[in-house]
Design a protein around this ligand. Structure first.
Ligand code: ATP
Length: 365
């Protein structure tokens, strides 16, 4: 089994301003595919560089396999890092690139060749050992960079947005490849990305970061269904946000006074009466309760502004009807096409609704 990684109160300050990474505690299980997800500038790369030994934290501890890494240089750590630009050597062959770290470690040519061949099998590219890296496609180069990192047999592989340079189709294909490769090798992967779809599709666990802090660590489904903060609810997947003020709690449900009247949802943490909060509702949790020709109007009256038919689903965009400061700019609904959907062209007045179980209420503002 490969090593896990523990971060204890890890902080990085570059100057007088706010810390780039601010008091982060994380436990990354051995053999997991762990993603760090967050918007540009939230501190992801800084965190990864501290794990890899390219930066020493201002305070706090990094432990790999239970060992404190303080003062250990990158090559002394059981880690390897793949950078955004891959940093392959353009004048070398694939075999020379993959074997580079082994040569530095003094491993003889015959043994190197054997290991390179094995790694080419692992990345499912046998027979390209003698090609120039400049003759490879983007996806092939990606895999060679991974083979080069795996050649030194790291316990932990650190990946800094390695798919960002690829086009969408290849990126989606490489997600599945990376996941399969991680499972095949059992190496702990720490993967940073600002793409929530990528993080949800590949990971065992995801840490969501904002402004240097970890907001939530959870498995993808839990992150999506039970976000703990308004930031996570808004950043991971799409959500309708209906703001208001809490009027009270009833068990684990909170009632919020909104522009549409009082509405209830599940509150993962207790909220106080009078506190600003918002209901977050996924588009697929919205139900169509009324449309022209069906009946008058539902709990959330709106006018269709756009629709996209996708076979099994109809994606609706609708403008809420009403006025006031708490009115969302638009509603998103993903309706299941059961063969009985009414005509929903732009301009049609509809009613949308959701039950308390379909909404998460989180402190907001
Ligand atoms: N060497 C440095 N010197 C000074 N400030 C830095 C340095 N490296 C990073 N920062 C600052 O720290 C903050 C976090 O940067 P970091 O690169 O870790 O974010 P990120 O989430 O990886 O962003 P991106 O996705 O754009 O790469 C930013 O405000 C950045 O300007």
């Amino acid at each position: 089994m490969s090593h896990g990684v523990t971060l204890e109160h890890v902080t990085m300050r570059f100057g007088a301003g706010p810390a780039a990474v601010d008091d982060v505690d994380l436990t990354i299980a051995p053999g997991h595919f762990f993603s760090i997800l967050g918007p540009s500038g939230c501190g992801k790369t800084t965190l990864l560089r501290m794990i890899g030994g390219f930066l020493e934290p201002t305070s706090g501890r990094v432990l790999i396999g239970g060992r404190d890494m303080a003062g250990q240089r990158p090559e002394q750590r059981p880690t390897a890092m793949i950078f955004q630009n891959l940093a392959l050597f353009p004048l070398m062959t694939v075999a020379e690139n993959i074997g580079f770290g082994l040569e530095v470690r003094g491993i003889a040519a015959a043994e190197r060749r054997k290991r390179v061949e094995k790694l080419l099998d692992v990345i499912a590219l046998p027979g390209i050992a003698d090609k120039k890296v400049t003759d490879l496609s983007g996806g092939q180069r990606q895999r060679v960079a991974i083979a080069r990192a795996l050649a030194v047999e790291p316990q932990v592989l650190l990946l800094d947005e390695p798919l960002s340079a690829l086009d969408l189709k290849l990126r989606q294909h490489m997600r599945a490849e990376l996941r399969a490769l991680q499972q095949r090798t059992g190496v702990t992967f720490i993967y940073i990305t600002h793409d929530q779809g990528e993080a949800l599709a590949m990971s065992d666990e995801v840490a969501v970061m904002s402004a240097g802090r970890v907001q939530q660590v959870a498995a993808p489904a839990e992150l999506y269904d039970r976000p703990r903060t308004a930031f996570v609810a808004g950043f991971v997947g799409e959500a309708n946000r209906i703001p208001g003020r809490v009027t009270g709690m009833d068990g684990n449900e909170a009632v919020v006074d909104t522009a549409f009247g009082p509405m209830a949802g599940i509150a993962p943490a207790p909220l106080k009466a009078g506190q600003p909060a918002a209901l977050f509702v996924r588009p697929e949790r919205m139900r169509l309760t009324a449309a022209e020709g069906l009946s008058a109007i539902g709990a959330l009256p709106a006018v269709v502004t756009d629709q996209r038919f996708e076979g099994p689903f109809l994606h609706l965009v609708a403008r809420p009807e009403g006025h006031g400061p708490g009115l969302p700019a638009e509603f998103l609904a993903q309706l299941v096409n059961d063969g009985n959907l009414p005509p929903l062209a732009p301009g049609v007045r509809i009613g949308l609704a959701f039950g308390p179980q379909d909404a998460v209420v989180l402190a907001d503002g």
